[in-house]
Design a protein around this ligand. Structure first.
Ligand SMILES: *Cc1c(COP(=O)(O)O)cnc(C)c1O
Length: 361
């Protein structure tokens, strides 16, 4: 097997999809496939999630990639379209668009004919895209009067749902309900954290991303607590093992000094593969299933780990960087980032292998 390799377990993906359905049994699911399905491979993930009611991406190009690969399911672009050319593509490819600004409605008005489905975005506290609650009534009326628009779904997005100790999300849910509950259109609020922690936010459509990939996105529960299964396992191999004498330094800058004579292993994975350079001393790695810790700085092509306590290790042995038995959220936390970023920044040096659903890795 080439290395590093990201193995993508499509049966774990389906398992996590079923967990979404357990949390929100009566909501439709728009599975979030933006940024190449959080680095997992959008087309493969789309094909494995046939049960989803729709797919969501960020940009028009991402939606086109799915359509060009025979994905016929409903697709919505979360950032909408950027100009008339992209709008034309959305019409031709039958792509739903999020509408967050008046200039987008101006472009839709200018179409000679169309039957677009739009998701009208209200900003209830994110401070990013969307119309304010104050301007909502006018925008809603404008959309209703627009002949080029077929169906409208109303959505909002949460900045703080990962942290249940903050009052923001409950306030947003209430503000959204007060604003739109009396309207007949379908409503959508919840990303993964809302699905898990805020049942009042489920409504008609949920939009799970991270939890589908098997990572907890709430601070108070781990992946295992939620019965999610990691979809991606990043593996590589030991290139070399040595015993360094007491007092010997390890890696660039000599930031680690061996406290005693000790065995170390050099592993073929570095920031040139997408492993975070910010991962500090003590970040965990599995060597032949044993926990080892990172020592010295992360290099472009390799890391060095302390293998005292790992038994016999030799060149070619298998290493897990994150995934099964080593949650990505732990590595992300150690490195001062989030699992979303770890997944998205793997480089093209990492080979992808798909298994599950009858595919054997
Ligand atoms: C990315 C995104 C989601 C999914 O978020 P997760 O935390 O990954 O579940 C949902 N809605 C919008 C608008 C998003 O941009």
């Amino acid at each position: 097997m080439p290395y590093p390799t990201a193995t993508i377990d499509l049966s774990a993906l389906q398992h996590n999809y079923n967990i979404v359905k357990q949390y929100a049994p009566s909501a439709k699911v728009a599975a979030m496939l933006k940024a190449n399905a959080y680095g997992h491979g959008a087309v493969q993930v789309a094909k494995a999630l046939d049960a989803a009611d729709a797919f969501a991406v960020a940009r028009v190009e991402e939606a086109m990639e799915l359509r060009d690969n025979d994905i016929t399911k409903r697709i919505v672009t979360m950032a909408g379209f950027l100009d008339a050319e992209e709008l034309q593509i959305c019409v031709e490819y039958n792509i739903d668009v999020v509408i967050h600004s008046h200039w987008q409605l101006d472009l839709i008005d200018a179409l000679s004919s169309a039957s677009l489905n739009i998701w009208l975005k209200v900003d209830t506290g994110m401070g990013r895209l969307g119309f304010t609650p104050e301007e909502f009534e006018d925008v809603y009326a404008r959309v209703k009067a627009c002949k080029q628009i077929n169906e409208m779904i109303i959505l909002t997005h949460f900045p703080d749902a990962d942290d249940i100790s903050k009052p923001t999300t409950d306030r947003q849910v209430k503000a959204f309900h007060d604003l739109v509950n009396h309207l007949p259109e379908a409503k959508s609020l919840a990303k993964s954290a809302g699905i898990i922690a805020f049942p009042d936010s489920h409504c008609d459509w949920v939009r799970p991303g991270l939890m589908l990939y098997g990572v907890s996105s709430v601070n108070h529960k781990t992946t295992a607590d939620l019965n999610l299964k990691p979809v991606m396992t990043l593996r590589s191999k030991v290139i070399s093992t040595r015993t360094l004498p007491e007092g010997h330094n390890v890696g660039y800058g000599g930031t680690y000094v061996c406290p005693e004579a000790m065995p170390i292993a050099v592993i073929a994975c570095g920031y040139g593969d997408g492993y975070p350079r910010s991962a500090p001393l003590g970040t965990q790695v599995l060597v032949n299933g044993h926990r080892a810790v990172l020592i010295g700085r992360v290099s472009m092509d390799s890391i060095v780990v302390d293998i005292r306590g790992c038994g016999e290790v030799k060149a070619g042995d298998e290493v897990v960087l994150w995934g099964n038995d080593l949650p990505a959220e732990e590595i992300a936390k150690a490195a001062g980032t989030i699992a979303y970023e770890l997944f998205c920044r793997l480089t093209k040096r990492v080979k992808f292998v798909y298994k599950g659903l009858g595919i054997r890795a």
